[in-house]
Write a protein that binds this ligand. Structure first.
Ligand code: FE2
Length: 374
């Protein structure tokens, strides 16, 4: 068997030794209700909590988990706080993409010496369950990568959090792990951040699309996908491209007031069951026209799933050289048309659904038209 790395990873300098995504933290206006939404609609389990009852007076955080995916939903208890400033500026959004490391201090040193802007110097947090070291750097917009070293910790989440097992706990919907996390950046910024991930984080570019690949009458975008050395972390970065009217990426930038996380892609190993369950619980997905399915077989060839079932659930399919994938995108999770979630199941494919971008954006544009923001 060939154990050499795929060609795209040959030059990856894995000086960061990222073990995976540790958690995603969202700053929101009302953490209690947002946590209820992620529990009820998406089947996340509440595993830990910090707030007034646990001696934390400035904020409330709910830690939600489903298999390997961990979300932290936080809101501020104080008028003037970084959390509230973030919320006023961006609405509910992703503040922290935390990365699991073996050595947070080294991750911080290696990235800051390569030019990363510091968010938080290495800090040790301790309680009866041991200690965790965290350190953070800024990425695009106000988004932060926090390095989390937890090898000396056995608690539920982080020091300061108490474990929770609430009686209200809707069943999981089969979400397994974070497949990729997409950032939208402003005009002319894509290559700046591609360079950041390459030079500061040691990532390698694995895929690139330009506006010829992904353009509809109104929406055009360019996208490059950056991956870390072991391939566990993939960050596509989108930039708007010139179209006739405002693109979906521009709409995001306008409502988010700048660059930020556009979507979290969550993997399942049974997308039909997962989408069925999410729809039952009221999660809204982008509308996919029935016409999408008329030439699907010609486009993707033979697949295991029944095309009629995929059409009923409006699940999208795309194929690359290595296999195929199934995916579907929710509508924005909040009133501002900003952050959404992608559900993805991979059947060999290692790409991101390029063939669906056009179908996706045509669907999004029908909705932009309804909002009058095209
Ligand atoms: Fe995606």
């Amino acid at each position: 068997m060939d154990h050499t790395l795929p060609k795209q990873f040959e030059n990856a300098q894995d000086f960061l030794q990222l073990l995976g995504t540790d958690y995603i933290e969202m700053y929101v206006g009302n953490a209690k209700q947002s946590a209820y939404y992620f529990k009820t609609a998406f089947g996340f389990q509440e595993v830990a909590y910090a707030g007034l009852e646990t001696g934390v007076s400035d904020r409330t955080s709910y830690v939600l988990q489903q298999d390997k995916i961990r979300l932290v939903i936080t809101s501020s208890m104080e008028k003037d706080s970084d959390i509230n400033r973030h919320f006023l500026e961006h609405g509910d959004g992703v503040k922290i993409v935390a990365l699991w490391v073996d050595d947070a201090e080294s991750a911080y040193e290696e990235t800051t010496k390569r030019g990363a802007k510091s968010y938080q110097k290495p800090t040790t947090h301790s309680d009866d369950n041991g200690s965790v070291v965290t350190a953070g750097i800024y990425t695009y917009g106000e988004t932060v990568h926090l390095f989390v070293e937890r090898k000396n910790y056995t608690g539920a989440f982080l020091p300061g959090y108490v474990p929770r097992t609430p009686t209200y706990a809707p069943e999981p919907v089969g979400l397994k792990y974070i497949d990729h996390i997409v950032g939208n950046v402003d005009w002319g910024q894509m290559n700046v951040w591609v360079k950041f991930y390459a030079e500061v984080m040691g990532f390698t570019q694995i895929i690139s699309f330009d506006d010829d690949d992904i353009s509809t009458e109104y929406t055009a975008l360019m996208s490059k996908v950056m991956s870390n050395g072991n391939g566990r972390i993939k960050f596509p970065i989108n930039e708007p491209a010139e179209g006739k009217k405002r693109s979906q990426i521009e709409e995001y930038i306008k409502f988010y007031n700048g660059s930020g996380v556009q979507h979290l892609a969550l993997a399942t190993d049974n997308i039909i069951r997962t989408i069925h369950e999410l729809r039952e619980r009221g999660v809204e997905f982008l509308n996919v026209p029935d016409s999408y399915y008329t030439d699907l077989k010609d486009r993707v060839g033979a697949i295991d799933e029944d095309m009629e079932v995929l059409k009923r659930y409006k699940i999208l399919v795309d194929r690359d050289d290595e296999g195929y994938l199934l995916q579907l995108f929710t509508k924005p999770l909040m009133d501002r048309p900003t952050v959404f979630i992608e559900i993805i199941q991979r059947k060999g494919a290692t790409s991101f659904g390029k063939g669906n971008f056009k179908a996706l954006f045509e669907a999004i544009e029908r909705e932009q038209e309804q909002r009058g923001t095209l």
